[in-house]
Design a protein around this ligand. Structure first.
Ligand SMILES: Nc1ncnc2c1ncn2[C@@H]1O[C@H](COP(=O)(O)OP(=O)(O)OP(=O)(O)O)[C@@H](O)[C@H]1O
Length: 255
């Protein structure tokens, strides 16, 4: 599904990614962790096709060159989606529907099915009540859910998420992982950059730890132990043993 072979990536004269080799199977959930500036977002940008490797080979769906049709099968939820002008004239519903534009084309009308799909995704992400609000007037966490909905509406085969758990509460995080679990079962390949090392050991199949533009270590989440990553983080990683989990009743009360 995704393969990088001896990939190096430079910006100006600076080598940002160094000899990256990785292979990700269809339906695999991969978490990418590592200190600030270690190259995690750049790696996602290479896989999404935003950047091309300076040297080395990138194979996505077994191909070196992505066609526009291939790109439609990849959805990307970028790291920072805030800083909208508050009166930016786009509602939550319209933002979610925009996720269908690469597939349908800019000038196509949305069908009844498209509108129903947008409704059901908003419902699944528990943001239906925000449907008619302007995107610029939402909180950062609410905006993140909207952008996840926009990424999911096209049923991507590859879902790339850059720090989706930053600034969201633990209920939203729980919901995020539930939805990612469902997508994984449907065969979606998921790559998620995160600093939440503990959460991904519970949900991901594979953890890749980056340091200084290199893949420092990669292992299955089951094999994970904080000591594997400590020398790259250069501090002790705390393993949080308990995390609040909401009951259904609590969830409903919060809505
Ligand atoms: N457009 C750019 N121009 C120059 N240097 C860049 C650019 N984008 C990234 N870099 C550099 O590349 C390195 C990797 O950046 P990247 O954003 O991929 O790291 P990251 O691991 O995602 O960091 P963070 O956890 O802080 O988001 C950093 O040293 C960064 O300064």
């Amino acid at each position: 599904m995704i393969e990088l072979i001896d990939v190096n990536f430079y910006i100006d004269q600076k080598r940002i990614l160094k000899d990256i080799n990785l292979k990700i199977q269809k339906g695999e959930f991969v978490a990418i962790v590592g200190p600030n500036g270690s190259g995690k977002s750049t790696l996602l940008n290479i896989i999404s096709g935003i950047y091309s490797p300076t040297t080395g080979k990138r194979l996505i769906f077994g191909k070196q060159h992505l066609t526009p049709q291939d790109r439609q099968k990849i959805s990307f939820v970028p790291q920072k989606v805030t800083n909208f002008n508050q009166s930016f004239p786009l509602s939550v519903f319209e933002t979610v529907l925009l996720g269908l534009v690469p597939k349908k084309g800019l000038l196509q009308r949305f069908s009844k099915q498209d509108l129903e799909k947008a409704e059901s995704i908003l419902e699944k992400l528990q943001i239906k009540q925000l449907k008619n609000r302007l995107i610029g007037q939402l909180s950062g966490g609410q905006q993140q859910r909207v952008f996840l909905a926009r990424a999911l509406i096209s049923d991507p085969q590859i879902l790339l998420l850059d720090e989706p758990t930053v600034g969201i509460d633990s209920l939203s995080e729980q919901l995020l992982f539930e939805i990612l679990g469902e997508k994984k079962k449907e065969g979606t390949t998921i790559l998620m950059v995160t600093h939440d090392v503990y959460a991904v050991t519970q949900h991901a199949d594979t953890i890749i730890c980056m340091g200084d533009g290199m893949i420092y270590t990669a292992c299955s989440a089951k094999e994970f132990s904080p000591s594997k990553f400590e020398s790259v983080y250069k501090y002790k990683i705390k393993k949080i043993e308990h995390r609040h989990s909401y009951t259904k009743k609590e969830q409903n009360n919060r809505m």
